[in-house]
Design a protein. Structure first.
Length: 401
């Protein structure tokens, strides 16, 4: 590894959680600016896992940490995903099976807090400022490190746009753009067969990825995690929409975290949890599709209406970023560098009311960011509601200030 003694210091960057388009542009922007200011930049591979797996005193450390150069980031900066790779590692709660081999003698509990290892590796690597790019799970551990005295500047990313303290998270625009485009593409099949079109989209706790495309005209109705829905009401409304459509079809967007009224939990692909305690969601679209088919005769003169059911999943997070997810990451990377040059840390870079800003990093763990149902959702009509737009942020209902 290169010598850590540099003129101005060393910046560490990592990406955690799910991949989204826009991560590589953020890494590129920060790296190019930092190098021009005389800093060394280290890319930490595989999120927080890199800081527990890395063993600077042994061979193989370069498997977990890499020096970032303009050549490296310029090639990656126009692509999707994250060339640093990612993980859902939570160093404060590592199952024994995930404890690195070289740490097994010291940490052999069923669950282990490896924060002391993270702190030691940050010191060994000579990292002066750490830049985690992630959602509320990844950044919540950044808050913990900040409280432990590590200079941290956080950059928010998530398809769900649910990190508190910012109107916008990297990846959200591409997700919404693709959801709209794919929903419109699937209309041809729904219309050809005169069916209900049920599309499952991202959104564990927050329904922004279903609500905004519906507001933009991609769907007739949407169901979101913030409000348990009644399948009879949904079927009645979709049946009305279908009858009004000359092509005899209607469309509903279903957030992956949505629940039927009376259900005790979300719908999961399996019950294994990650280190943040989350089970993998998936399947609510299948459930809704079957239920609509079964209930449909009641609202369609005794005739059953079949459904086309599609889970968008990774299709909206794979590939290249759209324009906004190329521009905002560039700005976030530079905003983080502005703070470093000012000697400021413990901040979350953000967009507030259409302007780039930064707020205390503690906001990440202060609350959940979800749709304000009273302002922006009509539970009786299962669709967005709005009255006036003056003064609202670009993405309408995404501000929590």
């Amino acid at each position: 590894m290169a010598n850590v003694n540099t003129r101005r210091g060393t910046i560490g960057i990592l990406t955690g959680g799910g991949d989204v388009p826009g991560l590589n542009p953020a890494i590129r922007a920060l790296t190019v600016r930092a190098l021009s200011e005389g800093y060394r930049v280290l890319g930490i591979r595989r999120g927080w896992a890199g800081l527990i797996e890395c063993n600077p005193s042994a061979d193989g450390a370069d498997d977990w940490v890499m020096d970032l150069t303009e050549e490296v980031v310029n090639k990656a900066g126009r692509t999707g995903g994250t060339f640093l790779h990612s993980s859902r590692t939570r160093p404060s709660s590592v199952p024994l099976a995930n404890v690195p081999d070289h740490l097994r003698e010291r940490f052999n509990g069923e669950t282990n807090d490896l924060t002391e290892v993270v702190l030691a590796n940050i010191g060994h690597l000579g990292i002066d400022v750490l830049i985690p790019i992630g959602g509320d799970d990844t950044l919540s551990y950044g808050v913990q490190l900040h409280k432990s005295g590590v200079p941290v500047i956080a950059i928010p990313k998530t398809m769900d746009n649910d990190v508190p303290g910012t109107d916008y998270c990297i990846g959200f625009s591409t997700c919404v753009t693709r959801t709209i485009a794919m929903t419109h593409a699937l209309r041809t099949s729904a219309g050809s067969h005169e069916r209900f079109l049920v599309i499952e989209v991202f959104g564990r706790y927050a329904g922004f990825t279903a609500l905004l495309p519906t507001m933009a005209g991609a769907a007739n109705r949407c169901v979101i995690p913030e409000h348990p829905f009644d399948i009879e009401l949904l079927c009645e409304l979709l049946s009305e929409d279908r009858r009004r459509n000359p092509s005899l079809y209607s469309v509903v967007l279903v957030s992956e975290g949505a629940t039927l009224r009376g259900s005790v939990e979300m719908t999961y692909q399996d019950h294994e949890t990650d280190m943040f305690g989350h089970k993998k969601l998936g399947g609510i679209g299948d459930l809704v599709s079957r239920a609509l088919r079964d209930v449909s005769p009641k609202y369609n003169g005794g005739r059953r209406v079949n459904s086309i059911n599609q889970r968008l999943g990774y299709l909206v997070r794979a590939g290249e970023p759209d324009a906004l997810d190329s521009i905002v990451p560039m700005a976030f990377g530079n905003l983080a560098m502005d703070l470093i040059l000012e000697g400021v840390s413990g901040r979350l870079v953000c967009v507030r009311n259409g302007r780039y800003d930064h707020v205390p990093i503690d906001v990440v763990t202060s609350r959940k960011k979800v749709v304000d149902v009273g302002k922006f959702y009509n539970p009786g009509r299962l669709r967005p509601q709005y009255t006036r737009f003056a003064g609202l942020p670009t993405f309408i209902m995404t501000s929590d200030y």
